[in-house]
Design a protein around this ligand. Structure first.
Ligand code: GLY
Ligand code: MN
Ligand code: MN
Length: 348
């Protein structure tokens, strides 16, 4: 905060709040100055906050006290002339209320205040993502037995969700299981479509353990793959492996993205790859950090990235292969270990 010239900070983004304080509830505020650390929540979370939040003075309120009034009172009590707020998750309406209740105190917009800090994960954070990746791998192994003609996308999702939740984890995000021409939609919505021979089937899902996520994608084929299946799949895999090979500290994220496109273009497939190569992963599925053509990020030890090239051919289908990796001192460690061999299912 001193380096950023921030005298005081009001933290409201749930992801930043969780990272900073350990709080896992849906509503809280942290007030941080050089001297004070105050955590505010309401009566719903009083017991939980006492257990989860260490190192902050806890201040809670209950009805009929109104949230904005209470938060403003706590800020005023700090006797500050200015306070920074998180501009990326403060609505205009919330800002108006704050400005009204805190007249005389300057409100300073702070954008991505936590980005650099959150991008580099601690050993403990890496361990949590590693566990989430192990569960994602187990989920993929589990769902393979369901992949056969006649099974609906929706049933694949339900079964995989049940498996993940039964292990005590949450879903990182609603599961994507898309088949046939639906698999050409990178984030297609699973529905009642039933698998048919000749389908690509793409699973994109993750587990959340102790607040940390995994995010894996694998594509399989129903029945025997044709030459077209193989050509697309093999090139996506080649692009992904080249990117993993190139990743090490000091490499520009945009160069890794460009490499994926260069390899796909050996077969004229780069035009079917519309999204970025990857993103930071941690407390958020789309955590701080983007690996795309305009990224300014440089790889550094402790960062966790997804690496997920894809090719999506409308009317035919799509392939995406996504792994989660942590940047080490000398290269990367790949946290998701599921096979990337093109699986033809069901197995004979
Ligand atoms: N499922 C979200 C992503 O892969 O980025
Ligand atoms: Mn994903
Ligand atoms: Mn992803």
């Amino acid at each position: 905060m001193a380096a950023a010239g921030t005298p005081a900070l009001l933290v409201s983004d749930p992801g930043n709040l969780g990272w900073l304080t350990g709080f896992s509830g849906s509503f809280g505020r942290a007030l941080v100055t050089a001297r004070d650390a105050v955590f505010i929540t309401d009566s719903r979370y009083q017991i939980q906050a006492r257990a989860e939040v260490a190192g902050f003075e806890l201040r809670t309120y209950a009805a009929p006290v109104e949230t904005d009034t209470f938060v403003a009172e706590q800020i005023r009590a700090l006797g500050l002339g200015a306070i920074a707020f998180e501009s990326a998750n403060t609505t205009y309406a919330a800002w108006e209320t704050l400005a009204h209740k805190l007249s005389g105190i300057a409100l300073l917009p702070a954008k991505d205040f936590f980005a650099d800090l959150r991008m580099v994960k601690s050993a403990e954070e890496i361990q949590k993502v590693r566990k989430a990746c192990q569960l994602a791998d187990a989920g993929f192994a589990h769902i393979l037995r369901m992949v056969q003609p006649g099974v609906s996308e929706y049933d694949l999702c339900l079964d995989l969700e049940f498996f993940i939740r039964r292990q005590g984890a949450e879903l990182a995000f609603p599961i994507i299981a898309v088949s046939g021409e639906n698999s050409a939609k990178p984030h297609g919505k699973p529905g009642e479509r039933k698998l048919e021979v000749g389908d690509f089937v793409t699973f994109d899902f993750g587990a959340r353990i102790e607040g940390y996520n995994s995010d894996i994608t694998r594509t399989v084929v129903v029945g025997e793959p044709t030459d077209r299946h193989r050509e697309i799949y093999d090139q996506v895999l080649k692009a992904q492996l080249a990117c993993l090979e190139a990743m090490r500290p000091g490499v520009a994220a945009r160069d890794v993205d460009a490499l994926a496109r260069k390899v796909l273009d050996e077969k004229g497939l780069a035009k079917y790859f519309g999204h970025g190569l990857g993103h930071g992963l941690g407390r958020a599925v789309h955590d701080f950090g983007r690996m795309n053509a305009t990224s300014e990020h440089v790889l550094a030890p402790g960062q966790i990235w997804t690496v997920e090239p894809g090719v999506y051919v409308e009317g035919f289908g799509g392939v995406r292969i996504e792994d989660d990796v942590v940047v080490t001192e000398s290269g990367i460690e790949i946290l998701t270990q599921s096979t990337k061999e093109l699986l033809a299912l069901p197995r004979p």
